[in-house]
Design a protein. Structure first.
Length: 234
């Protein structure tokens, strides 16, 4: 299974979001703390307009790139692999023309060993905001004036922190790479060069309880350290 499938935005303070992602003060930001962002949820995304000004709005997590993807029973395309994002038909056009930053401050992955399967929460050491590399699409809804704006985040091979747990990880962009990812003038090679694993020291992980396994649960208890003895791995 690819990943990432759950993430967090636990402190969506409007002032912090605007400052961190260079958003105009006139842009309204109303978002509740979220500890269990799941596929098909609306998520906060930063996009660059034709005028070069950044906007912060909501996209549905699970890319719907065209009519073929609306077929009943199709799973949402929540992840795009760096190895194929530039050429796979579902993602190629969005990669070329519609890239975004997905605002987050953590994500989950599950460790499986002799003790069973347990969730881990990955975050910055200082719990600060970061951005996943994302792509988005706009699809007019049949029979209405509405447009479905949807997105997927890009995954890459793991860094050393993730390697014992999973063979993929989401692309957590370096802050200095975020503007380049949104820049419409960048070449495909330049863009692909940004899609690398986070530095080994950029993230920390801790075992958390099993609350995240239930998509209906969404509260600070989801990221509290697991009460039982912690894994020696961390």
């Amino acid at each position: 299974m690819d990943m990432c499938g759950r993430y967090t935005l636990t402190n969506p303070d409007p002032f912090k979001l605007r400052a961190r992602f260079d958003i105009l003060e006139s842009v309204e930001v109303v978002e509740e703390p979220r500890y269990n962002v799941a596929p098909t949820d609306p998520v906060l995304a930063v996009r660059r307009g034709d005028d070069g000004i950044r906007d912060l709005g909501r996209l549905r997590w699970g890319l719907v790139p065209g009519r073929w993807a609306e077929r009943k029973g199709e799973r949402p395309l929540i992840n795009a692999r760096v190895e194929t994002v530039a050429k796979q038909p579902a993602f190629a056009e969005s990669f070329r023309e519609r890239r975004c930053l997905l605002a987050a401050d953590g994500f989950y992955e599950w460790l499986t060993d002799e003790r069973g399967k347990r969730p881990l929460w990955f975050s910055r050491p200082d719990d600060d905001l970061f951005a996943f590399a994302g792509v988005w699409a706009a699809l007019p809804r049949k029979g209405s004036d509405d447009v479905l704006h949807s997105c997927a985040l890009v995954t890459c091979p793991p860094n050393e922190l993730m390697r014992p747990i999973h063979d993929r990880m989401p692309v957590v962009l370096e802050p200095g790479a975020e503007a380049a990812w949104l820049d419409p003038e960048r070449s495909a090679d330049e863009l692909l060069g940004l899609l690398v694993p986070a530095a080994d020291c950029a993230l920390v992980a801790r075992e958390v309880g099993d609350f995240v396994n239930d998509v209906r649960k969404d509260g600070p208890e989801l990221i509290e350290p697991r009460e039982e003895e912690q894994s020696a791995l961390f």
